[in-house]
Design a protein around this ligand. Structure first.
Ligand SMILES: Cc1ncc(COP(=O)(O)O)c(C=O)c1O
Length: 388
C-alpha cells in the first residue's frame, strides 16, 4: 500500500498543505476589493522573485501562454527573430515565434550543453535586423541552466530585446531581471511557486512596451496593454484563476518566510545532492558540468534500462513519480525534479526508491550508496553552513 506519493517531476510540484488550504477558500468577486488586494499582493511578491520594478503581468494561462503572449505582443509577421535553444522548451519558444510568422535564425546548442555567449554574439552580428532574441534560462528538458547574465549582456550590447523563458527557474534560482537587463521574463505557478498550474507571470520592461506599440501580430486574450490597464484598476481583463492566485499568494508567503536567498541555496544544495546520488547509482549525468540545473537533474539510463518500465515500477511500487526525456530524448533520459516544496529527506527517499527499483530490475545492487553519496553531501553542506 502506498500512502503518499513523491511527485518529483519538474512541475507541477507538490503542494504544501498551507497552499492547498489557501486554494480551497470560498470564491470571491473577481471585480471586487478582495480580488484587487489579492492581485496587488501576488504582483508585488512576484516582482520580488523576478527582482524587477518593471510591470509584472499576471495572466491566467500556463507557462506556454506567457511565452505566446510575449511573441504576440513583441513581433509582427515577417520579423527576424533569433532564438537560442538547447532543448525542447527552446524548441517550443521557436515554434511559437514560427507560428506568428517570424523569420527565425536558430542557434542550437547540443542538448545537454548550454548556449555559448560567443556563439550568440556571432549570430547577432550576422543578423542585424533581428531585433528580438528569445532565450531559455533553465532548459527543463535537459537539466541545463544557461548563463543568463552573460547571454543577456551579449544581446543588450547588440541592442536587441532580451526575452527569457524563466518558467522553471524564477522563484527557485535568482534571475535578477533588472540587474542583468532582461526585457521580458516569463514564469508559471506550477514550478517553484508551489502552486497549481494556471497562472503565468510576465515582466515587461519599458523597451518591451515600445516594441509592443509597434508590433502588429494579432492578439486579444493575451493583449498586454489590456492586462496592464485592468490591473491598474485592481482586476484582470478576463475571469482569472482566483483559486490558483490564492495558492500563489500562500506559496510566495512561504518562500519569503524562508527567505529567497535560503530558497535558492536549498535548491542548489538539493540538486547537488541529487546529482551525487544518481552518479553513485551508476547513472551518468546528462547536463554539462557547471551548468546543472538547481530545479531538475537529468541522467542517461545505464545500457539495458528501459526508462518507461523503470518509471512505471517507481510509480507503482514505490510511489515515486519522476520524468523521462522529451522530444528527441524521449525514452533516453531520466529526469528528477527538485523544485518548490522539497527537503533533504525527499531527496534521500527518492534515491532510496530509485536504487531499490534498479535492483528489482537486476540493473544494480541496492547497498545505499546513492543515499550515502547524497547524505554525505548534505551533511557536509550542513556543517559548512552551521554557525561557528
Ligand atoms: C522551461 C520551460 N518552458 C516552458 C514550459 C511550458 O510551460 P507550461 O507547461 O506551463 O505551458 C515549461 C514547462 O515545463 C518549462 O519548463
Amino acid at each position: 500500500m502506498i500512502f503518499q506519493s513523491q511527485l518529483r517531476i519538474p512541475g507541477p510540484t507538490p503542494l504544501p498543505e498551507r497552499v492547498v488550504r489557501a486554494a480551497s477558500r470560498p470564491m470571491i468577486d473577481h471585480r471586487g476589493p478582495e480580488f484587487a488586494e489579492l492581485l496587488a499582493d501576488v504582483t508585488e511578491g512576484a516582482r520580488r522573485a523576478f527582482e524587477t520594478r518593471n510591470d509584472l503581468l499576471v495572466l491566467t494561462a500556463s507557462g506556454s501562454g506567457g511565452l505566446e503572449s510575449a511573441v504576440a505582443n513583441l513581433v509582427s509577421p515577417g520579423d527576424q527573430v533569433v532564438v537560442a535553444l538547447c532543448g525542447n522548451f527552446g524548441e517550443r519558444f521557436a515554434g511559437i515565434a514560427a507560428g506568428y510568422g517570424c523569420e527565425l535564425t536558430r542557434l542550437e546548442a547540443e542538448w545537454g550543453q548550454p548556449v555559448e555567449p560567443d556563439d550568440l554574439a556571432r549570430v547577432l552580428e550576422a543578423q542585424p535586423d533581428a531585433r528580438v532574441v528569445l532565450l531559455t534560462h533553465n532548459e527543463t528538458s535537459t537539466g541545463v541552466t544557461n548563463r543568463l547574465a552573460e547571454l543577456a549582456a551579449v544581446a543588450r550590447s547588440a541592442q536587441r530585446l532580451v526575452v527569457v523563458d524563466g518558467v522553471s527557474s524564477v522563484s527557485s534560482m535568482p534571475i535578477e531581471v533588472d540587474r542583468i537587463g532582461v526585457d521580458v521574463a516569463v514564469s508559471a505557478s506550477q514550478k517553484g511557486w508551489m502552486a497549481p498550474p494556471g497562472i503565468a507571470f510576465v515582466s515587461v520592461s519599458e523597451r518591451a512596451w515600445e516594441f509592443s506599440e509597434r508590433a502588429r501580430s494579432p492578439r486579444y486574450y493575451f493583449d498586454w496593454k489590456a492586462a496592464r490597464k485592468q490591473a491598474q484598476g485592481g482586476s484582470t481583463p478576463w475571469t482569472p484563476a482566483v483559486s490558483v492566485l490564492y495558492a500563489v499568494q500562500e506559496g510566495i508567503r512561504m518562500m519569503e518566510e524562508e527567505g529567497l536567498p535560503s530558497v535558492y541555496a536549498r535548491h542548489r544544495r538539493l540538486a547537488d545532492a541529487m546529482g551525487a546520488g544518481l552518479q553513485a547509482m551508476g547513472l551518468q549525468l546528462f547536463a554539462a558540468e557547471g551548468y546543472r540545473s538547481a530545479t531538475v537533474t537529468s541522467a542517461l539510463p545505464m545500457p539495458g534500462l528501459e526508462v518507461s518500465a523503470y518509471r512505471r515500477l517507481l510509480r507503482e511500487k514505490y510511489g515515486v513519480v519522476i520524468a523521462g526525456g522529451q522530444g528527441k530524448m524521449t525514452g533516453k533520459l531520466i529526469r528528477v525534479g527538485h523544485l518548490g516544496a522539497v527537503s533533504d529527506g525527499d531527496v534521500v527517499q527518492v534515491l532510496w526508491a530509485m536504487e531499490r527499483a534498479l535492483e528489482d530490475l537486476d540493473m544494480a545492487p541496492t547497498d545505499g550508496r546513492s543515499m550515502a553519496a547524497a547524505a554525505a553531501f548534505l551533511a557536509e553542506e550542513a556543517t559548512a553552513a552551521a554557525p561557528a
